[in-house]
Design a protein around this ligand. Structure first.
Ligand code: 4AD
Ligand code: MG
Length: 468
């Protein structure tokens, strides 16, 4: 059987496959289903390259009973035969098998992914096998395409891919939601004179954490090589068991010198639209599948976002709209509050019916680095709010004034020793600059129409769960 080169199943469904019709082909993959009768077996085979299965038609008389018995859902096989145009509905070509080799069997009694439909909750418990389902194949191929598109977008526009460290001694968001990194023996930590843990004895000579954001180091990139973006994992030890939070998620953080808040909003809007367009153009089959299976409005929602320009609205006006809406919110609305998902979704889905960028937030609920407005109350932050998702992007123009920044950090009781390197950006050649962070999995929620963030990352990390 070693003479014919293997062909990936996706290539059997493209235009060029016509050239191969009538010739012998060889495919490898996992059996999705086998059905048939006494004389013929129909095997649906998938190799992950596409949502589509290739049908393999096997004449029962030409194969040993033993081989046929081993072809069950989940088994891995190699099949060889003539590619022919299919008479059956729903597939353009099929293979008339001449030879089948079994690579690995999958016991019918114990293989969990039998033909019947499975709930997403059940599939989460077997996250090591769920990539073999249609749904997760589709989601994970879209995930790849979005990652690629992100690099393409920035590379084509002269941004540099910048690697912020994952282990850090600073807390970018100041929310204290960091996972500690230590090599100290937790049952017997060395103590200092105050009886507290002596971190000078720890691996890095100080306490360290997994980063919540690559932004602060990203600002060093923007104020030196101009326009950068990070794209990497970030970690938050927030105890939120919601369908929108993960303890380990991926974030894209562009940071640009000489961009003000308006340039920042223009970039955010253009960037998301590019990604949505890219998904519609390049992930057609997978998006169509998710649209048909889970969310009949997915494609129209994606197309809708491309048509509309995003609303740009000061926080104070948003509070006004919410207060006067007559809508009964679970958390009552007042100036100064952080918006809950119900408020965000009201603005986007009910009031404006398109994405909204909220700007000029109360400084108390935003991070120390945001540029302070002249009113003394608000900062030049921006949150991009999306239908179904709520906040998809958080960003701001940065405070470029050394004195204002230091004053704010002191007000917040920050440990100044840990930020000297950061403050040097403002001490030497301080530049106006801006940036934002897009939550990769929140983007994927939007693009795939999935409703739980645990279903758009292969192996989700959340409170009380780190299996796989
Ligand atoms: O709004 P956040 O906290 O902003 C920052 O971290 C800034 N340093 C970004 C910047 O300006 N460079 O987070 C940014 C985005 C959110 O809008 C959301 O999409 C996502 O990251 N995000 C999460 N996604 C999944 N799980 C979580 N726990 C998330 N927390 C934030
Ligand atoms: Mg935020």
């Amino acid at each position: 059987m070693e003479t014919i080169r293997r062909i990936e199943i996706k290539d059997l469904f493209c235009e060029k496959a016509k050239e191969v019709i009538g010739k012998d082909v060889r495919v490898k993959g996992w059996v999705r289903t086998k059905r048939g009768n006494k004389s013929v077996a129909f095997i649906a085979l998938n190799d992950g390259s596409t949502i589509k299965n290739i049908q393999i038609v096997a004449d029962v008389a030409s194969f040993s009973e033993d081989i046929l018995k081993q072809i069950t859902t989940g088994a891995c096989i190699c099949a060889e035969g003539v590619l022919v145009e299919s008479m059956g509905k729903g597939q353009s070509v099929e293979i008339q098998a001449k030879q089948i080799e079994i690579y690995g069997t999958a016991d019918v009694e114990t293989y969990p992914l039998q033909k019947k439909g499975h709930t997403l909750e059940f599939l989460r418990e077997i996250a090591h096998l769920r990539p073999r389902t249609n749904t997760f194949g589709a989601v994970l191929r879209i995930r790849h395409n979005m990652a690629f598109a992100i690099h393409k977008y920035f590379n084509d526009r002269g941004f540099f891919y910048w690697h912020s460290p994952l282990i850090t001694a600073s807390d970018c968001e100041g929310a204290g939601e960091m996972f500690q990194v230590t090599t100290l023996d937790l049952d017997a930590t060395p103590k200092n004179e105050q009886g507290k843990t002596d971190y000078t004895k720890d691996f890095f000579g100080q306490s360290t954490f997994l980063t919540v954001s690559g932004q602060l180091e990203g600002e060093l990139g923007a104020t030196s090589i101009g326009k950068i973006y990070t794209f990497g994992p970030t970690f938050r030890a927030e105890n939120s068991n919601t369908p929108r939070h993960l303890a380990e998620f991926w974030m894209i953080e562009p940071e640009m010198a000489f961009y003000d808040i308006n340039d920042n909003m223009d970039l955010a809007e253009d960037f998301i639209k590019f990604l949505v367009r890219y998904a519609l153009d390049n992930c057609k089959d997978d998006i169509q599948f998710l649209n048909d299976m889970y969310d009949k409005e997915l494609i129209s929602r994606l197309e809708g976002v491309l048509k509309e320009s995003f609303v740009r609205l000061p926080y104070t006006e948003a509070i006004d709209i919410l207060s006067k809406s007559g809508h009964k919110f679970e958390v009552p609305v007042s100036w100064g509050m952080d918006l809950q998902s119900e408020h965000e979704r009201f603005l986007v889905e009910k009031h404006f019916k398109r994405p909204v960028i909220l700007i000029d937030w109360p400084k108390e609920i935003k991070s120390f680095y945001m540029k302070q407005n002249d009113d003394g109350k608000t900062v030049r932050g921006m949150d991009v709010l999306f239908p179904q998702i709520g906040e998809i992007i958080g960003g701001s123009e940065r405070e470029a004034d050394y004195n204002k920044l230091v004053t704010r950090m002191k007000e917040l009781n920050m440990n100044m020793d840990r930020y000297q390197w950061y403050l040097d950006t403002r001490r030497f050649g301080s530049a106006p600059h801006s940036g934002f962070g897009l939550g990769f999995e929140r983007l994927l929620l939007f693009v795939t129409g999935m409703s739980n963030i645990r279903d758009v990352i292969p192996f989700p990390r959340f409170p009380k769960n780190a299996t796989f």
